[in-house]
Design a protein around this ligand. Structure first.
Ligand code: GAF
Length: 395
């Protein structure tokens, strides 16, 4: 069976109750931002390519109050951390440090364009941590929206600037040189839609996903391999070095013919990395059109090709993700269109597009086969949700 996703109201109520317990007053400001699943377009955002994510119905919620103390006091209700769940830091001295989860809060506060007051806050999230579904961007964008509500930035800040501030927070305070996808979708998502983002022009095109007979199944492998931290920056550097060899600003500007022409100047590994990026950018654009036309068969085929390319050329998959994809594809005759790993890789989740009527049968098949390999997966059926917003708290 698919897991229940915690209702937003329940998250808000939990955060408010925890705030009252911790700080002895009611919070007056609150905001939320979703996690995301990327349908296709992996490791293309930092190459100025296309991505096609949608927001999950899983959110980070932050509630709190501005204070005059100059000291921020923040509690997380996450039970997935071994670190202290409560921390304090001066608003005038925002530095990267421990606990690590607080770096996302400090990082965004440091990037806010206006002057922000110190604050007390409680954070709660239903976005699985380390699941490759962008829990950190959901914190960043929720915190940005919260601080904006406390008067941190004027209304005239363009949305793209807000997105870039959250991305910079991740670069500087989490030391993760991510692309723009996660913060963009957390800020800009629309219920019932995926969003085709052109990471070069930074424009998005909404792609409706309102056919109730088709669902998105997110399957958490519940594994996270240690490689994640070092491999992502390495891939990014390889892409930048390859762009130099190809004489282009980014791999978005290169074709497969260009790549063939420069094959002799690259080692075999770099060649495969670039082949993934170039073909994935093309696949993503074509897949978005297929989805717009309701051509789920073609979309599913693009997903499968994307997975193979990530597995063989970009080498960011892992045994567990490959198994989950394989088990899902065994259910093609029952209504699975396609399946692939999603997010940065080396663990985390797969995404499967499939007929709604087959959900229970497909979950049961994947679950039993994955269990037989000694693993336990978690399943979520995910309608596309809205992006970040402030929350009006009832007194
Ligand atoms: C991570 C990054 F944060 C994104 O920017 C993106 O590169 C993704 O991995 C891979 O597509 O989520």
């Amino acid at each position: 069976m698919a897991s229940q996703i915690r209702p937003l109201d329940e998250l808000i109520a939990e955060a408010v109750a925890a705030f009252e317990k911790r700080f002895g007053s009611k919070p007056s400001v609150a905001a939320r931002a979703p996690g995301r699943v990327n349908l296709i377009g992996e490791h293309t955002d930092y190459n100025n390519g296309f991505v096609l994510p949608m927001a999950l119905p899983m959110f980070t919620v932050i509630v709190g109050n501005p204070t005059a103390a100059g000291i921020c006091r923040v509690e997380t209700l996450s039970d997935s951390t071994d670190e202290p769940r409560y921390t304090q830091f001066p608003i005038t001295e925002l530095k990267r440090g421990t606990p690590k989860w607080a770096n996302y809060v400090k990082g965004v506060a440091a990037q806010m364009p206006g002057k922000i007051p110190s604050f007390d806050a409680v954070i709660v999230s239903s976005v699985p941590l380390g699941g490759g579904v962008s829990s950190s961007a959901s914190v960043e964008v929720a915190v940005y929206t919260f601080l904006e509500e406390m008067g941190g930035a004027g209304d005239d800040v363009p949305t793209i600037e807000k997105i870039l501030s959250c991305q910079k927070a991740e670069h500087v305070f989490a030391n993760m040189p991510c692309g723009i996808m996660d913060q963009y979708i957390a800020m800009m998502a629309k219920e019932g839609h995926a969003l085709l983002i052109d990471c070069r022009s930074q424009q998005g095109r909404l792609v409706p996903m309102t056919n109730s007979e088709v669902v998105v199944l997110v399957t958490n492998s519940n594994v996270k391999h240690e490689l994640t931290g070092s491999e992502y920056p390495t891939r990014r550097k390889q892409c930048e070095a390859a762009a130099q060899i190809l004489g282009v600003q980014s791999l978005r500007d290169a074709t497969e013919l260009d790549l063939e022409a420069k094959k002799a100047e690259m080692d075999e590994e770099m060649f495969r990395r670039v082949r993934h990026v170039i073909t994935e950018i093309r696949r993503t654009e074509e897949a978005a059109s297929a989805l717009e036309n309701g051509d789920y068969e073609s979309f599913g085929n693009f997903m499968v090709a994307s997975h193979k390319s990530l597995r063989d050329d970009y080498e960011v998959s892992c045994k567990e993700l490959d198994q989950l994809v394989e088990f899902a594809l065994e259910m093609k005759p029952d209504g699975v269109y396609g399946s692939r790993m999603t997010g940065g890789g080396f663990g985390g989740c797969t995404v499967t597009l499939m007929k709604a009527e087959a959900v229970n049968k497909v979950i049961s098949h994947i679950d039993s086969k994955y269990k037989a390999m000694g693993n336990k997966a978690t399943f979520f059926v995910c309608p596309p949700s809205d992006g970040a917003s402030k929350i009006k708290l009832s007194c």
